[in-house]
Design a protein around this ligand. Structure first.
Ligand code: AMP
Length: 194
C-alpha cells in the first residue's frame, strides 16, 4: 500500500495552451496510476484537467472528479471517471476535493487554478491542515508567481515559513519524489491525522 493514496490536482481548463503542457499533465496522470495513487480533480474533460484524467484512466488508475452542476456543460463533465461527484457550488467542490486528498499538486493553469492554490495554501498557513502542496513549475510556467511570492517575503508581507509551505518541483518525477519524502501523508498507521 503506497503511503500517498489520493492526490488532488489543480490545473487548467484551457484547451488553447501549448500542447507540451498537456503532455506533462498526461505524464502526471499516468505516473499517479502507476504508483497506485488516486487522482482527485475538478471532473472536467477539457484542458489539462482532461489530460490528467484520461491518462490516469488509460493506465488503469482511479480518478475521482468533483464538479458543480452548473459546470457540467461548460467544462464537459467527464463521462468515464471511476467516480464523478456532482456538487451544488464552487465552495462545496473545493471542500470535497480537499477532504478526499492527502496532498495537492498544482499544474499550469489560469485564474481558477490560482484561486484553488491560494485557498489551500492559506488554509495551511492558518494551520487548518498539514497536507503537502507541490507546485509543478513545468517549463518555468510558474516562475512569475514564485518571483512575486519571493518579493512578498522580501517586503515582509509573507513569512518565509509560509512561503516555504508550497514546495516546487520541475518535473513529474521530482514531484512524486517530493511527495514521497514529505511528512504529513496519510499512512496506514496515521489515518487519524486528517
Ligand atoms: P482555470 O485555471 O481558470 O482554467 O480553472 C481551472 C479550474 O478551476 C476549473 O475547473 C474552474 O472551474 C475552476 N475554477 C475557476 N474559478 C474558480 C473559483 N473561483 N474557485 C474555484 N475554482 C474555480
Amino acid at each position: 500500500m503506497p503511503r500517498l493514496r489520493a492526490l488532488c490536482v489543480y490545473c487548467a481548463s484551457s484547451q488553447r495552451c501549448d500542447p507540451r503542457y498537456h503532455a506533462t499533465a498526461a505524464l502526471l496522470g499516468r505516473s499517479a496510476a502507476e504508483r497506485g495513487v488516486e487522482i482527485v480533480y475538478g471532473g472536467g474533460q477539457v484542458g489539462l484537467m482532461g489530460a490528467v484524467a484520461d491518462a490516469a484512466l488509460s493506465a488503469g488508475g482511479r480518478v475521482t472528479g468533483v464538479i458543480p452542476e452548473h459546470l457540467i456543460v461548460k467544462e464537459l463533465g467527464h463521462g468515464r471517471l471511476t467516480e464523478l461527484v456532482v456538487v451544488e457550488s464552487m465552495h462545496e467542490r473545493k471542500r470535497e476535493m480537499f477532504e478526499r486528498a492527502d496532498a495537492f499538486a498544482i499544474l499550469p493553469g489560469g485564474l481558477g487554478t490560482l484561486d484553488e492554490t491560494f485557498e489551500i495554501l492559506t488554509w495551511r498557513q492558518l494551520g487548518l491542515h498539514d497536507k503537502p502542496i507541490v507546485l509543478l513549475n513545468d517549463g518555468g510556467y510558474w516562475q512569475p508567481l514564485l518571483d512575486l511570492i519571493a518579493h512578498q517575503v522580501r517586503e515582509n508581507f509573507v513569512r518565509p515559513e509560509h512561503a516555504g509551505q508550497m514546495h516546487v518541483a520541475d518535473s513529474v518525477d521530482a514531484l512524486f519524489a517530493l511527495l514521497e519524502a514529505l511528512p504529513g501523508q496519510r499512512g496506514e498507521s496515521d489515518t487519524e491525522r486528517f
